[in-house]
Design a protein around this ligand. Structure first.
Ligand SMILES: [Zn+2]
Length: 921
C-alpha cells in the first residue's frame, strides 16, 4: 500500500501509450504491418479454431501453491480461464494447445484427457499440449498434496476431487469447441521482451536461498504466435514468458500477472483470444511482488511486450506440423537407507517427517523406492519456421537458454509447466549448487522420492535433440552436431592419441597426455549416468616410477582392451625434442634420467587398482598395442625403432622379436619408415597382423612365435595414393586404425591419408577397398584431410556393426577451400578443418556423414563464477568453436560418441573429454 501514487502514474502512462499506438494505426484493432506481410505472401494453408471457458471455482475452496495457507479462498479478483487453440496443417495434422490459469496439470489428469480426446476427436497424444500458467491464486488440484503435504480440513478433499472432475469435462468440451471453430488461418511468429522476471536463487552462508538475484540468469524473451484470418484480421495471440506466476499470495482467485496480461490484451483487441504459455521460470520470480498493483503492472508489462512483438516483422509459419511426444527416463539420486528414513521420520519439520514416512511406506509396500521418473518431452515443429518444445515440471531457465543456443537457426520456443507438473526440474548447475529447486521442493511435491541425479539435464536435452533431429532429417547438407566439453581438471593435458575405451560397466575410460618431463599422463573415468568424472590415477605412479626422477610416462597411445574385469593398455613417452623437424624422445633436463621405457598395465575396474605387468626394453615407448583376450597375450610395437614385443599374462613372459621395419622412425634416409599405429588379432588362430610403410602386411604367428610377410596381397593400392616410405610426415601405406569384425572373420580398417575404408580377409588373403570414409565435403573435393597422418578415431559402435569415424572436412571461406601447410615431417594438423562424424554400417554397406561438430555450450561441472550465465558459457565454449586434434574415439552404450579434443576456455587450451550425440536417422 505504500507505493500507490507512483504505481498509479505508471499504469496511467502505459494506458496512454496503448491508446497512442491504436490511434497511430487507425481504428483497426491491430497495427497491420504484420497482416500485410503475412497476408500477401502466404496462402492460408492452416486451419485454426479457438475456444475459452471460465474455470473459476463456484465456491470457496483451498488454493494452490503455498504450503503456508491457513484457510480457503475468499472471493475473486477476476475469473480464471482455460483456453484452447486448435491447429491443423495442410496435411490434416492437428495440434491442440490448452492453456489455463491453474497451478499445473498433474500427469493423471493429462492421461485421462488424452484418452477421452483420442476417443472423441481422434486427437493423437502428440497433438495435445497442456500448459498451466502456474498461478498461485487458483484452486488446488491434487488430493494427494491436500492430504499429504497441506493437511487440509477434511471437507476440502471432496471439493478438490469434484473441481478436478468437472474441469476434466470442461476441457474436453473446450477442445471440441475449438476444433468445431476451425477456419482458414495464417500463422506467424514474432518476439519481444519484458523485464520483470528476476532470478530468485541467491547464494548465502546457508547455501542457495530464494531471494532476488540480479546477477542470475534470466530469459526475458516474449515469444508470440499470431493467428490471423485469411483477411489478415487478428484472431489470437499465444504468448510466453519465463517467470513464476507468483506476484500474489492472498486469498482471492486471480490469474496473477499472466491473468492480467491476457485480460489487457483481450480488452485492447476485442474478439481476440490471448493465451499465456509458461516458460522455463522455475527459478524466476516476478519482482517486485506481493501486491495486486504489482501483479497488474507486471501484467501490463507483459501485455506491452506482446504489443511490441506484434509491431515487428512477422515470420510466417509454413507447415507441415511435425509432432513428437516421448518419455525419457530420468535417474534419481540414491534413496536414503531404511535407518536414515527412520531417523528422518522423527524430524521436527513436519514436511520432512511426512516425506520420510511416505518413503518408508513405499519401501514396505513395494520393497524399494523409485529411482527413476518417466519424463514427457514434447516437440512441435512448424516446418522449419518454429520449433516449440514443451517440457514437463517446473523447469529452470538454463534449459531454455541452452536449447535456444543449441538449436539456433530456427526460432525456438521453450515452454515449461507442460503436461505433467510433478516438481522442479533443475539443470546440472542448479543441482550442483543446491537449494530449493535442486532438492528442497522434493518434500512438498512427493511425486519423486529423492532429487534428480546429475544426468538430468543431459537426459532431457538429449531427448529434445533426438526428437527435433528425428523430425528434421538432414537432406543434402548435413546438420551440425553439438559437442559438449567436459572438465577433467587436468589443465596441462595435451593432445591425446587413442587412450580410450568403454568398459562393460558402461563407463568411459580415458587417459589424458602431457608433454611435460615431470607430470605424466592421468587416467580418468566418466560415468554417463551420474555425469561424473573420476580421476583414477597417475600413470607414472602406476608404473612404479613416481619419484624416480626419470622422464615420466606422458601418454597412453593405445586403446583399452577389457578382459575379466580388467582394462589392459600400455604407456608411452610424452616429452619430445624436435630434431630436424622430427619428434624424438626428449633429452632429459639436468637432474633427470632418460625415459625408462613403456609399460604394459592393467586396471582392475572393480578394485579400482592398477597392476604393472612389464616394461619394454630399449627405453622406447609403446606406440601400438592389441590383445589376444582368448590367449591372454599382449602385443606391442615400440617407438621410435619399432620392436615387436609380446607379453604372455599366464607365463608373465615378455619377448622382444626385434625391429619390424628397418629402423622405424628412429632411422634416417633409406632406413626411415613410419610405423604402423594399429595391430589386430585374429582370435581364431591367435595371429597378430600389422603393416609397414612399404605396404607389406605382416603376420605374427602364434603357433610358430615368429613374424612373416603375408604373401598374395598388400597395401600398395592406387586409391591410397603414392608414397616415398623413406620420407616422414605421412603414414605411407600403413594401416591407420583397424578392428576385427568377428561375423565375417575379417579386418576392417582405414588408410590414414586417403581415408579409404578397406576390408582385409587374412584367409584368402585379400585387401578390398570399400568406400571413402572421409566427410562428404572431402569426398566431393577429392582432397586428403589436413591431419598429416590421417585420423585415428575409428571404432565399432555398441551395435557391433556400425563403424564410427571422426575425420576432417574442409573449411571454405569466400567459396574457397582453406588450405594449410603442404608439407610436414611429423604428425600434426597442416591447417584448420571441421571435424565430422562419419559412420559406416558394415551389414548394410551404408556410409553416412552426420555433419560437422561444433562446441555450443560448455557444461563444466563447476564453471567459474562469471561463466555461470549460460550465454557467457556458450560464448566461452565458442572460443574453441570446433574440436581439433581429435585422434581418439569410443562409443558409449547409448550411442554417445566420446573423444579427446583441444578445448579453449578463458584463453587457456587443454585437451579433454568431449561428448557428441549423433542423429541416428
Ligand atoms: Zn513453482
Amino acid at each position: 500500500m505504500m507505493h500507490i501514487p507512483s504505481r498509479h502514474i505508471g499504469t496511467q502512462a502505459q494506458r496512454h501509450l496503448a491508446t497512442l499506438l491504436l490511434c497511430a494505426f487507425g481504428t483497426f484493432v491491430l497495427p497491420h504491418a504484420g497482416s500485410c506481410l503475412a497476408g500477401s505472401q502466404t496462402q492460408a494453408t492452416w486451419k485454426a479454431g479457438l475456444a475459452k471457458v471460465v474455470i473459476t471455482p463456484d465456491q470457496s475452496m483451498w488454493m494452490a501453491g503455498y504450503a503456508a495457507r491457513t484457510k480457503p479462498s475468499e472471493g475473486k479478483v477476476h475469473d480464471l480461464y482455460a483456453k484452447a487453440l486448435a491447429l491443423e496443417d495442410a496435411q490434416g495434422t492437428r495440434l491442440v494447445i490448452v492453456t489455463a490459469d491453474l497451478i499445473g496439470f498433474p500427469r493423471e489428469f493429462r492421461n485421462q484427457m488424452e484418452k477421452d480426446l483420442s476417443r472423441r476427436f481422434e486427437l493423437r497424444p502428440q497433438g495435445l499440449l497442456l500448459n498451466a500458467s502456474h498461478t498461485h491464486s487458483g484452486p488446488e488440484l491434487s488430493t494427494w498434496r491436500a492430504t499429504q503435504t497441506f493437511d487440509l480440513p477434511p471437507e476440502q478433499i471432496p471439493l478438490i476431487k469434484k473441481y478436478s472432475e468437472d474441469l476434466q469435462g470442461k476441457l474436453i468440451e473446450l477442445v471440441g469447441r475449438a476444433i468445431e471453430d476451425f477456419a482458414p488461418a495464417q500463422l506467424s511468429y514474432m518476439h519481444a521482451r519484458a523485464g520483470f522476471a528476476m532470478n530468485r536463487r541467491s547464494e548465502s552462508e546457508r547455501g542457495y536461498t530464494i531471494a532476488p538475484n540480479s546477477d542470475g540468469p534470466v530469459d526475458h524473451a516474449v515469444p508470440v504466435l499470431r493467428v490471423d484470418g485469411p483477411d489478415g484480421k487478428l484472431r489470437a495471440v499465444l504468448f510466453g514468458y519465463a517467470c513464476h506466476n507468483t506476484t500474489l499470495d492472498f486469498y482471492q482467485f486471480c490469474g496473477d500477472y499472466a491473468g492480467f496480461a491476457q485480460q489487457y490484451l483481450e480488452e485492447a483487441h476485442p474478439g481476440v483470444a490471448a493465451m499465456f504459455i509458461s516458460g522455463c521460470g522455475g527459478d524466476q520470480n516476478p519482482s517486485p511482488r506481493r501486491t495486486l498493483e504489482w501483479a497488474k503492472q507486471h501484467g501490463r508489462a507483459l501485455a506491452n511486450g506482446v504489443e511490441a512483438a506484434l509491431l515487428t516483422r512477422p515470420h510466417p509459419l509454413r507447415g507441415p506440423l511435425r509432432l513428437a511426444l516421448e518419455e525419457v527416463t530420468l535417474e534419481l539420486a540414491d534413496p536414503p537407507s531404511r535407518e536414515q528414513l527412520r531417523q528422518q521420520a522423527q524430524s521436527a519439520d513436519k514436511y520432512e517427517r511426512r516425506h520420510a514416512e511416505d518413503m518408508l511406506r513405499e519401501l514396505e509396500e513395494k520393497g524399494g523406492i523409485r529411482t527413476t521418473y518417466p519424463y514427457p518431452v514434447q516437440v512441435a515443429q512448424f516446418g522449419n519456421d518454429l520449433t516449440m518444445i514443451g517440457l514437463a515440471g517446473e523447469v529452470v531457465v538454463d534449459y531454455s537458454l541452452r536449447l535456444k543456443a543449441e538449436l539456433a537457426g530456427t526460432p525456438v520456443w521453450v515452454a515449461g509447466y507442460c503436461n505433467d507438473v510433478f516438481g522442479y526440474v533443475p539443470s546440472h548447475r542448479v543441482l550442483q549448487e543446491g537449494g530449493y529447486e535442486a532438492r528442497g521442493a522434493v518434500l512438498y511435491y512427493g511425486t519423486i522420492a529423492t532429487p534428480f541425479a546429475p544426468s538430468v539435464e543431459e537426459r532431457i536435452v538429449g531427448k529434445v535433440h533426438e526428437l527435433v533431429e528425428l523430425r528434421n532429417k538432414p537432406s543434402s547438407s548435413p546438420v551440425k552436431l553439438v559437442a559438449r566439453a567436459h572438465n577433467s581438471g587436468f589443465a596441462q593435458a595435451h593432445d591425446s592419441y587413442n587412450g580410450m575405451g568403454t568398459g562393460s560397466d558402461g563407463k568411459i575410460y580415458y587417459a589424458l597426455s602431457s608433454e611435460s618431463y615431470e607430470v605424466g599422463a592421468q587416467m580418468f573415468c566418466y560415468d554417463p549416468v551420474a555425469d561424473k568424472i573420476e580421476h583414477l590415477g597417475d600413470i607414472t605412479e602406476a608404473c612404479g616410477e613416481k619419484d624416480s626422477r626419470t622422464i615420466v610416462q606422458g601418454k597412453v597411445h593405445v586403446n583399452f582392451v577389457e578382459r575379466d574385469g580388467k582394462l589392459y593398455f600400455a604407456t608411452h613417452v610424452g616429452y619430445y625434442s624436435i630434431v630436424d623437424g622430427m619428434e624424438k624422445i626428449g633429452i632429459p633436463p639436468q637432474g633427470y634420467k632418460p625415459y625408462p621405457g613403456g609399460h604394459f598395465l592393467a586396471f582392475d575396474m572393480a578394485a579400482r587398482k592398477f597392476e604393472d605387468l612389464a616394461k619394454v626394453p630399449h627405453g622406447e615407448g609403446i606406440l601400438s598395442m592389441t590383445m589376444d583376450t582368448r590367449r591372454g597375450r599382449l602385443y606391442g610395437l615400440t617407438w621410435p625403432t619399432g620392436y615387436f614385443i609380446r607379453y604372455d599374462l599366464a607365463a608373465k613372459e615378455l619377448k622382444d622379436l626385434g625391429p619390424i621395419s628397418r629402423q622405424g622412425e628412429n632411422g634416417k634416409g633409406e632406413n626411415y619408415r613410419t610405423l604402423c599405429r594399429s595391430l589386430v588379432v585374429d582370435p581364431g588362430d591367435g595371429s597378430c597382423y600389422f603393416t609397414t610403410g612399404d605396404g607389406d602386411i605382416l603376420r605374427y604367428r602364434y603357433d610358430r612365435d615368429s613374424i612373416e610377410v603375408v604373401e598374395g596381397d598388400d597395401m600398395r593400392k592406387d586409391y591410397f595414393g603414392l608414397y616415398d616410405p623413406t620420407s616422414p610426415g605421412h603414414m605411407a601405406y600403413n594401416w591407420r586404425q583397424t578392428i576385427w569384425y568377428e561375423p565375417e572373420k575379417v579386418v576392417y580398417g582405414v588408410h590414414g591419408n586417403s581415408g579409404y575404408l578397406f576390408r582385409f580377409d587374412p584367409r584368402t588373403p585379400q585387401v578390398e577397398v570399400l568406400d571413402r570414409m572421409t566427410s562428404l565435403p572431402s569426398r566431393r573435393s577429392g582432397m586428403f584431410d589436413q591431419f598429416s597422418y590421417g585420423y585415428l578415431g575409428f571404432a565399432l559402435g555398441p551395435d557391433g556393426r556400425t563403424i564410427h569415424y571422426l575425420t576432417g572436412g574442409p573449411v571454405y571461406a569466400d567459396g574457397r577451400r582453406v588450405t594449410g601447410k603442404t608439407k610436414t615431417a611429423m604428425g600434426e594438423s597442416k591447417g584448420i578443418e571441421n571435424l565430422h562424424l562419419v559412420t559406416y554400417d558394415i551389414k548394410a554397406a551404408k556410409y553416412a556423414d552426420h555433419g560437422p561438430i561444433f562446441f555450443a555450450y560448455s557444461a563444466e561441472p563447476t564453471p567459474p563464477k562469471r561463466l555461470r550465465r549460460p550465454e557467457a558459457a556458450a560464448k566461452a565454449g565458442q572460443n574453441g568453436r570446433r574440436p581439433s586434434y581429435v585422434n581418439s574415439i569410443t562409443v558409449g552404450k547409448d550411442g554417445t560418441v566420446y573423444t579427446l579434443s583441444r578445448i579453449t576456455e578463458e584463453g587457456h587450451t587443454r585437451a579433454d573429454l568431449i561428448s557428441i550425440r549423433k542423429n541416428d536417422n
